[in-house]
Design a protein around this ligand. Structure first.
Ligand code: N01
Length: 529
């Protein structure tokens, strides 16, 4: 049988893969999408844990490539919950008839660049072998679940779950003794919901986290009407924000107002809720002093909310606020006032091992019916590294990235022609609203492909100098901020043995400007052949 040939092979049917497929069709290209799950939605397909919700406001967390789409769809809440976002993903897939080109329950195992044909040979666990001119990795930044290698996990007789691989039919914790390990966003969202169900919930905390209130509420119909009438302008305005969102970031540096004014500003933003808290001053992620005042404000709120002073102390983070992605919560700290919830500090005595009936930490055994690992992801590179990707001369991507990911614009990497990484390491990605960031990347890749076709060229690959300069540039920008000061997944610090490299690019508008300049200069820094 003749080998299947396509113009573009796309890995992943989340928001990035879906839009890439739509754009490919629009350019008259053949494309196929491979997706491990049995439905679209990517992160929103897998993260079905109780309380899962977007921390970006729903009116902004949607595609903008089609005006009719954004006018037709109505969100029910300020922050949409996972089932609603998954419905939205399916609505888009159906409206644009995407599913017919998506191979579900099909995992890409390998992708090798064949220098003789100039094509990517893509292999799946279902026996597909496809030759593609372009390979687009739409694998997501937070898609490779990190289940720590606890000794004895296989001995545990109860049920265990990872928040990022939650069973489709849900889990009923009624009457159960449940453990949650981790206190990141996923834990902070799921703990209040699990606590309402379980007989007892024990939270094992290694590092406390900052959370600001969501003040979630139904979308006000008047606001929706206004938003939709002004969608075009609002979308453009959002792109001027450093994270591609509309929330206000004042142009003021820390120290430009007296302390009382600063505290009033933090209080005002606390009442508004969400990410705007860190927009009180333009440089809160650079200025240590201002950051500490913002952090102390949150710690005071935690002490005010949590009745037991010892528990409140344990819940107060000491690191820089915003160093890890800020959590947006609904009743998280209040949950520790419940009689059926306890907090165990494992910062000094890590979990030693799991047992048949639970786990042991600090020499003490705890028994559970179920354990929830809210332990996060092998972020940004995890899903790429799980696939045997080989470029020119058979070079494995894992080998090239042994000391950390190296890309040009977070989109391409030397030695891997026609390979595109959507929201890859070195691009703003996880520091932004992912939807507009995804669209910007997919549009950029589509423009590149159009350019190649117009000029009768077949491959694009970055120059070594351009890639080196980009990596240095990202490091320099990140180095000028407070981001490297804590052990975040942005740095890969949550995965033992992962190289410590700051992966996302801080600053969406500067990034977009740079991409435009590079394109206008005939794709400067790229070799087109
Ligand atoms: O993962 P995390 P997450 N023993 O890495 C702990 C996005 N997201 O899934 O901090 C004990 O933040 C770990 O401890 P420490 C969002 O971007 C978005 O919660 O490493 N504990 C930490 O407390 C978010 O930032 C939404 O010391 C261990 C926790 O597990 C990102 O996903 C909702 C451990 C992991 O926290 C990841 O969030 C949810 C071990 N061996 C998530 N290993 C939205 O709203 C890890 N931990 C869109």
């Amino acid at each position: 049988m003749a080998e299947e040939q396509v113009d573009i092979a796309i890995v992943g049917a989340g928001f990035a893969g879906m839009y890439m497929l739509h754009r490919a069709r629009g350019m008259g290209l053949t494309a196929v999408v491979f997706e491990t799950g049995d439905g679209v939605g990517g992160t929103w397909y897998w993260n079905r844990y109780p309380g899962a919700r977007c921390d970006v406001e729903s009116m902004e967390y949607s595609y903008q490539f089609d005006d009719a789409l954004q006018q037709d769809w109505s969100w029910s809440e300020r922050y949409a919950a996972q089932p609603e976002i998954l419905r939205y993903a399916n609505h888009v897939a159906d409206q644009f008839d995407l599913k017919r080109d998506i191979r579900f329950e099909t995992k890409v195992t390998a992708a090798h660049f064949d220098a003789t044909t100039g094509r990517w040979q893509v292999t799946t666990d279902q026996g597909d072998t496809v030759a593609a001119t372009h390979l687009v990795m739409a694998t997501g930044c937070l898609s490779s679940a990190n289940v720590p290698h606890f000794q004895g996990l296989e001995d545990f007789a109860g049920d265990w779950y990872h928040t990022g691989r939650w069973p489709k039919d849900g889990v009923d914790f009624t009457g159960k003794r449940v453990a949650v390990i981790g206190t990141g966003s996923s834990a902070i969202q799921s703990i209040p919901v699990i606590a309402r169900q379980a007989a007892h919930l024990t939270v094992f905390q290694r590092t406390p986290n900052y959370a600001v209130p969501a003040h979630n509420h139904p979308v006000d119909p008047e606001r929706e009407t206004w938003f939709k009438a002004n969608y075009k302008d609002l979308r453009e305005k959002a792109k001027e924000g450093r994270s591609g969102q509309l929330y206000s970031v004042r142009d003021l540096p820390w120290g430009s107002e007296p302390l009382e004014a600063a505290e009033a500003e933090f209080a005002k933003r606390w009442e508004i809720g969400g990410f705007c808290y860190l927009g009180a001053y333009a440089d809160l992620l650079v200025n240590k002093e201002g950051n500490e005042v913002a952090a102390e404000f949150v710690r005071a709120k935690i002490r005010e909310t949590v009745n037991d002073p010892a528990t409140a102390d344990l819940l107060c983070p000491t690191s820089v606020i915003g160093c890890k992605r800020l959590c947006v919560d609904i009743g998280y700290f209040e949950t520790y006032n419940r009689d059926n919830v306890s907090l165990v500090d494992i910062s000094k005595a890590p979990i030693e091992r799991l047992t048949e009936t639970g786990l042991i930490t600090g020499g003490k055994a705890y028994d559970f019916d179920a354990i929830v690992f809210a332990t996060g992801f092998d972020a940004m590179t995890g899903s790429l590294n799980k696939i045997d990707i080989r470029g020119r001369s058979g070079l494995p991507l894992t080998e090239k990235w042994e000391a950390g990911p190296r890309t040009y614009l977070g989109l391409t990497t030397v030695g891997f022609p026609n390979l595109f990484l959507i929201t890859g390491p070195g691009s703003p990605s996880v520091l932004t609203n992912m939807l507009p960031t995804i669209e910007q990347h997919v549009d950029y890749v589509s423009d590149i492909i159009e350019h190649l076709r117009r000029h009768g060229q077949s491959t694009i690959e970055p120059e070594q100098d351009a890639e080196d300069a980009w990596v240095d540039h990202v490091n320099a920008i990140a180095g000028g901020t407070l981001y490297p000061s804590c052990n975040s997944w942005y740095l890969g610090a949550n995965v033992p043995g992962k190289p410590r490299v700051f992966m996302p690019y801080p600053g969406f508008p500067a990034y977009v400007k740079k991409c435009r300049e590079i394109a206008a200069a005939g794709y400067e820094g790229f070799r087109l052949e």
